[in-house]
Design a protein around this ligand. Sequence first.
Ligand code: TYD
Length: 211
Amino acid sequence: MKKGLFITFEGGDGSGKTTQINLLKDYLKSKNIEAITVREPGGVSISEKIRCLILDNQNTDMDKITEMLLYAAARAQLVSQVILPALNQGRAVICDRFVDSSYVYQGFARGLGIDVVQNVNNIATQKLVPDITFFMDIDPTTAMNRRLNCGNPDRLESEGVSFQEKVYEGYIELSKMFPNRIKTINASLGIEEIFSDIKKHTDILLKTFEI
Ligand code: TYD
């Protein structure tokens, strides 16, 4: 049985998730809560291999259903090998992206629809749902420029600004569908201000869990 906390971060490419994930991990540690951090797609050896396949710029002819299934396959391995065991031991898991990314990128931006993505991912995740999700809300053009300054774009980042705009719209829709779970964070603020918002929501969650 799941006893630990499952926290996920979502947002477009270049929305600053990594910095906030590291700050949150340290914050939980200061409260004697051991947290592990993982990223999607990837996180374990098999899933990292799938990641290379998905993000490879040479795979320009990848079908959108293949893409969705590969993300789900990478996720299934990470859930069963790392996330569920850690949660069952009562640890906190902070995951950089989870099913919401598939809803938004494959379901919304690629047009496969939420239902298809949900059906496939119910199998992949064994119906695991995050306790809280932070959506890093930032204008897609600003985020994309930030990201492109940091090196070569991968296959998804090469889709351009109009794709990132659809992704952004998808996150806005999704946060309306799950208003209790998804917390929208103004990610255009400074690092400390962003983190104080995340901390506020986390403190409320910890109280609910009586941690
Ligand atoms: P990554 O370099 O990890 O991006 P980021 O640092 O922004 O998280 O690359 C992951 C890419 O895969 C990113 O463009 C989002 C995309 N993605 C999906 O399309 N579907 C998914 O289910 C997941 C997890 C990621």
